[in-house]
Ligand binder design. Structure first.
Ligand code: GLU
Length: 299
C-alpha cells in the first residue's frame, strides 16, 4: 500500500453520510447530511450515502425508504450505488479473520446479566472504569479461557461476542492520533492523541452478526475512499477505536471533523422518537428545505 500522503493526493475529497435505518431522520441528521453535502460541493468533492443496516433486529426497509425520500426532499443527491452494509458481511468476516490470525480477538460467552454481575462485584471492591459513553468496561474474564474450553462452548452452540484484546492490540499498534478539524466535546482540535484503551475489550462481532459498528465503519470508509469523516461530536471518542482498527487492518486514515449536535429546546441531544424535530413531521406541517436549513443554522 502506498504511504498515507501519496494515497490521499490521488483521492478527490470524499464525504459521506451514514445513517442507520432504525428510525426516521430528524434535524440532527439533516445537519450532518447537509454539512457533508455542502462540504463536498464547496471542495469539488464527492458525496456518498451509506446505509448502516447491520442490526437486523432494529433496521427496517420503511426507514431506509424514508431516508432516501427525506434526503432528496432536502435537495441532496448522492452517487449510486448506495453502499448497504448488510450486503458486505463477507468483507467484514475477512477482517475479523485477519485480526483473529494476529491473535487480537477472543470469544466471550457471558450474557449481559452475567457481565453486569461481574462488574457489580468489581464496583463493590472499588472504582471500576467506564467507557466514554458511561458503560462499565468488560472485565476481560473470558480472555483466560483455555482454547479447548472455547472450542467446546462454541461447538455447544453457546452465543458469544468476539472482543478485541485491547492490551495486545495496543502493543501491536503503538501510539496513534488523528487530525481533528471540528472539535471534541471539550473543544479539542488539531492533532488528537487516540486513547482506545478507554473503551476496553470492545465487541467487534457476534456469533450471529460478523461485524459491529466500529469494524464496519472503518472498512467502509476505506473501501469507499472516504477522505473526510464529518459526523456528530457524540462519535468523537469512538474515533480512538477507529484509528486503532485502521492501523491493525492496514487501512488509510481519513481526516475527521466532529460537528456540534442539534439539541432540542430542553438542551438534550435529539433521539429518533422526538416527533417535533422529525423531518417528516416538519414537512407535513408545511416546512420547506430552506426552513430546515434555517432551523439548524445552515442557511
Ligand atoms: N451510523 C451512525 C449513526 O447513525 C453514524 C456513523 C458515523 O458517521 O460514523 O449514528
Amino acid at each position: 500500500m502506498p504511504g498515507n500522503d501519496e494515497y490521499w493526493e490521488a483521492m478527490p475529497p470524499t464525504f459521506r453520510f451514514a445513517p442507520s435505518p432504525n428510525g426516521y431522520l430528524h434535524l440532527g441528521h439533516a445537519y450532518s447530511a447537509l454539512l457533508n453535502f455542502d462540504s463536498a460541493r464547496a471542495t469539488g468533492g464527492r458525496f456518498l450515502l451509506r446505509i448502516e443496516d447491520i442490526d437486523a433486529t432494529r433496521c427496517r426497509s420503511e426507514f431506509e425508504t424514508a431516508i432516501y425520500h427525506d434526503l432528496a426532499w432536502l435537495g441532496l443527491s448522492w452517487e449510486a450505488p448506495v453502499r448497504r452494509q448488510s450486503e458486505h458481511l463477507a468483507r467484514y468476516r475477512d477482517a475479523v479473520e485477519k485480526l483473529s490470525t494476529q491473535g487480537l480477538i477472543y470469544p466471550a460467552f457471558e450474557s449481559r446479566a452475567e457481565i453486569a454481575r461481574l462488574v457489580a462485584q468489581r464496583e463493590a471492591a472499588g472504582a471500576w472504569p467506564r467507557d466514554p459513553d458511561g458503560t462499565p468496561l468488560y472485565p476481560g474474564t473470558a480472555k483466560s479461557l483455555a482454547s479447548d474450553q472455547r472450542r467446546r462452548l462454541i461447538e455447544s452452540g453457546a452465543p458469544y461476542a468476539l472482543r478485541l484484546d485491547m492490551a495486545a492490540a495496543l502493543g501491536r499498534a503503538g501510539a496513534l492520533g488523528w487530525s481533528e478539524h471540528g472539535g471534541g466535546p471539550g473543544g479539542e482540535t488539531g492533532q488528537i492523541s487516540a486513547r482506545p484503551e478507554q473503551w476496553g475489550d470492545v465487541i467487534l462481532a457476534r456469533k450471529e452478526t460478523p461485524t459491529s459498528y466500529h469494524l464496519s465503519v472503518v472498512i467502509d470508509d476505506a473501501v469507499q475512499g472516504v477522505t473526510e469523516v464529518v459526523r456528530g461530536q457524540d462519535m468523537f471518542h469512538a474515533t480512538s477505536v477507529h484509528r486503532l482498527l485502521q492501523q491493525l487492518l492496514g487501512l488509510p486514515q481519513p481526516a475527521y471533523r466532529h460537528h456540534r449536535l442539534v439539541m432540542n429546546t430542553a438542551g438534550q441531544k435529539l433521539s429518533k422518537s422526538t416527533d417535533a424535530t422529525g423531518l417528516r413531521e416538519l414537512r407535513a406541517a408545511g416546512a420547506t428545505p430552506a426552513d430546515i436549513r434555517r432551523l439548524i443554522g445552515l442557511a
